[in-house]
Design a binder for this molecule. Sequence first.
Ligand SMILES: [Zn+2]
Length: 386
Amino acid sequence: MTRVSSQQLLKSINQQKVLHLIFNEGPITRVELAQRTGLTQQTVTNVVKRLMQESLVSEGGTVPGRGGGKPIPLMVNSSRLYAIGIEVAVKYVRGTLVNFHNEVIGESRVDNEINKHEEQTLDYVRQVVRELLGILPDHERLYGIGCSVQGLVDAKQGVVIRSPGLAWRNFPLREKLQHEFGFPLFIENDVNLMATIENQQGLLSGAVNSLIFKMDYGIGGAIIFGNQLYPGASHVAGEFGHFKTFTGEDALPCHCGGRGCLTTLASISGLKGNKKLSLNEFNRKVRDCDAEACELYALISKGIGLALCNLVAFLNPDHILLAGKLIETLGDLLIPELQRELKESVPESCRNVRLLHVQQEVNEAKLAAGLVMKHFFEVPVDSLAL
Ligand SMILES: [Zn+2]
C-alpha cells in the first residue's frame, strides 16, 4: 500500500470535502464553501483552482440581479463526467453509461446462457463494457465501472465469493476487469447495493434499522443497522434464502447442502427446479385458481410470512422492503397477506414495523453506476487512520 504524506492527504481530504459539497449543494460560492467546510478562504480558492484546472468544476454564471464583482457560484461539470454501471444477473448482463446527472447516455444488454462456466459470464461483461466504451468519445472523462452482482460479494476485496447461478466462486472480478480496462472498478452484491441506495435516497430514506429482501432468481437479503449496511463477519450477512422454512415432505434439498430453505420454493430457480414452473406460469395458474398452484402459493406465502415474523421478533426493524421479480409479479396478493401475518403473529412490542415493496423493476445497472459516483465524491475518512 502506498503511504501518503500527511500534507498530500490533507490536501486530498480538503479537495474531497469541497468537491462533495459542490456536487451535493451547488451552485455554491467560495465564501459559502469556506463557511460550510471550516476551511480558510485561501484554501478553498486553491482547491477550487485545482478542480477547475481538472475541468471537474466550473463557474455557473452570475446569480440574476447581481452586478459585477459579486461571488460567482460553482458547479460540478456533471454532464461531462461519466460512469458505467453493470448488472450481472443470472439470466443477463446489462450495462448503462450515465453522466453524473444520472442521465442515460447509452445501454447494452446480452442474454446470459444457462450452463455457463466462469469465463463465459465475464466475456459477456467485457462485451457490454466495450460496447458502452464505443459510445463514449472521451474515455478520460469516465471515472469508473460499478458492478452489481447476484451472489455473495466481498466488496472491499472486489471478489465474488459465491454465485451459484453464475458459476463464480472466489472469483476476482475487480482484478480481472480493472486490469483489462484500466478504470477504477467497484463491485457490490445486488441486494446490498439496492439497500444502500434506497436507504440514502429512496423508499427507506426515513428508515434507520431495516431489512431488505430480494426474491428473484434466488433470494438475497441485506440488513441496514443505524443507517449503515451490516456486512457480517465475512460479508455474507442477510442469507434470507437459506432460512429453514419448509418441513416434512415439503423440506426439499437445497444447493447449499441443507434442506427446507426458503429459496427451494419461493424463488424463480426453486419453482423451476422443484416444481417445473416458470414464474409466469405459476402466476397465471394462481390467478386462475388452479388447485395445485394455489396450494403451492399458500405454502410459499406462509413460509415467507414465518421467516419475516421470526426476523421481526429477533431484530425489531422499523422497515422491511421486499423487491425482486417474485414480488413485482405476485406482490398485490402477497403483501396484504404478509401484512396481516405480521400484525397477528409478531410480539406486540414490534408491530410498528412497516412493510414496503418495490412495485416496478429497478434499473440495477444505473444503481451500479451510482457506486462510481459514491466513491468519486467520498471523503477518504479511512485514510485518517494512516
Ligand atoms: Zn439452502
